[in-house]
Design a protein around this ligand. Structure first.
Ligand SMILES: [Mn+2]
Length: 435
């Protein structure tokens, strides 16, 4: 038997040959393909604790294999909990040292930056993207805009793969936080149940460790001094973010009228290490950055649909770009379902939209999960493409869009949330009732 084309399924009483890879198998020319995964040969932590590219690639292939040939409850046999623990601890330490807003500078003449938006646990689409865009390359820097987990069936694999990459090449990949990297949201949209299913009795411990790591994720990045990226987008100034004493009893209207756009300095001061970004009180910048949406109406207002964050108009895009001396905002957060309900803004069929074009530059929404969501109640699927952006030298300010179709077929999987009853967008969840 050819070691690079077959895997042995441990679950069978007799060894059976399962063709590996095609059409989903990535990196088929990689020597890692000679690895045969089974539960008597689980992933091990390197003795020197140094994660090489080969180790990261082998993790990717193990997760890909496991998603096809293991039951979710067998996941911990592939990735033992001590490896999980070492990986998340190592990554959390690195993330903890990063500022709220990462500065990505010193890019060489041959380097480029790849920006990625929401993928929501669609592991095989991520693998395609990585292969297409240059995974583990020395001359590429990747910036992920968050929403790694929830909805899709392989959020844990996706998140851990990115953490391994981060530990291996900390200055080549930057992981920003999305609104779903939160304790409340992961308990509604599937990630918590996914982890409990995959780690059984140890599931709670694993979940808590993941949630602790989410708290460390930075909020935004500035690429080459000209591109701002964040999951939701813009945010209020700290001066108006504070509501104390009698101010707390202000009417909504009065609060809205006191809103002012925040600066990068405001962002740098935000307290990001929270399980769930608060939607009231004095620390509102993290919630704005993770939850806000652009609007075609002028001005800054409360995001009533979401119950947290802001809506900002083209005038605010201009103000932010001009004040910060930037040319581009790349944010994510809105998939085809969200855009279906937002007349006046573009649909997500191609995986991106250009929402504002102003004097100083542009605002782009970037969404990476094709054929999203993986599970949905309606018969009619969105069949949207996903897209990633490449920013190239010399100025890194002219985005090149790469749209791509979903990888088919996806391995069969059961959802980890009640997608028929849970609302199909992040809107309207009742923050108050979620405590
Ligand atoms: Mn989001």
């Amino acid at each position: 038997m050819s070691p690079n084309t077959v895997c042995t399924s441990y679950a069978s009483p007799l060894p059976i040959q399962i063709p590996y890879g095609s059409p989903l198998g990535p990196f088929s020319n990689s020597p890692i393909f000679t690895q045969v995964w089974n539960v008597s040969n689980p992933i091990s932590w390197p003795a020197d604790s140094i994660l090489t590219r080969t180790w990261v690639l082998s993790l990717l292939n193990a997760f890909d294999w496991g998603s096809k040939y293991l039951a979710p409850s067998e996941f911990s046999l592939l990735l033992p909990i001590y490896v999980f623990g070492n990986l998340v601890s190592s990554a959390s330490k690195i993330l903890h040292t990063e500022p709220n807003c990462i500065t990505i500078d010193g890019l060489g003449a041959n380097s480029s930056v790849v920006v990625v938006g929401d993928i929501h646990g669609q592991l095989h689409d991520l693998i395609f993207l990585l292969q297409d865009a240059g995974f583990l390359a020395d001359d590429k820097v990747f910036v992920f805009n968050g929403d790694y987990v929830d909805r899709g069936a392989w959020g844990l694999e996706y998140f851990l793969l990115l953490l391994a990459w981060k530990v291996s090449m900390p200055d080549k990949v930057y992981l920003l936080r999305g609104n779903h990297e939160s304790k409340k949201w992961t308990s509604v949209y599937g990630f918590k149940k996914e982890v409990l299913t995959k780690y059984g009795d140890e599931g709670n411990q694993v979940y808590e460790k993941c949630i602790g790591c989410f708290k460390e994720l930075p909020l935004a990045s500035i690429i080459a001094g000209c591109v701002y990226t964040a999951h939701g987008g813009l945010f209020r100034s700290v001066a108006t973010a504070t509501s104390k004493g009698s101010k707390r009893r202000k009417t909504h209207k009065a609060e809205a009228s006191s809103l002012a756009l925040g600066s990068l300095e405001d962002l740098s001061k935000a307290r990001r290490a929270v399980f769930d970004p608060p939607w009231k009180g004095s620390n509102l910048v993290p919630g704005d950055v993770l939850w806000s949406d652009p609007s075609m109406s002028l001005g800054l207002s409360s995001n009533e649909e979401r119950g947290i964050g802001l809506l900002w108009g083209p005038d605010c895009t201009e103000e932010f770009l001009k004040k910060s001396n930037l040319k581009l905002i790349i944010r994510s957060h809105e998939g085809p379902d969200a855009r279906d309900k937002r007349p006046g803004l573009g649909g997500m069929d191609e995986g991106y939209t250009i929402d504002h074009v102003v004097e100083s530059g542009k605002l782009i929404t970037l969404f990476n999960a094709p054929d999203y969501p993986q599970f949905q109640a309606t018969e009619e699927r969105y069949k949207n493409k996903g897209a990633y952006i490449v920013l190239a030298p010399p100025h890194f300010d002219s985005p090149v869009f790469h749209s791509f179709e979903a990888v088919t077929p996806r391995p069969e999987a059961n959802p980890y949330y009640d997608y028929e009853d849970v609302i199909d967008s992040d809107e309207e969840l009742d923050f108050e009732s979620m405590g």
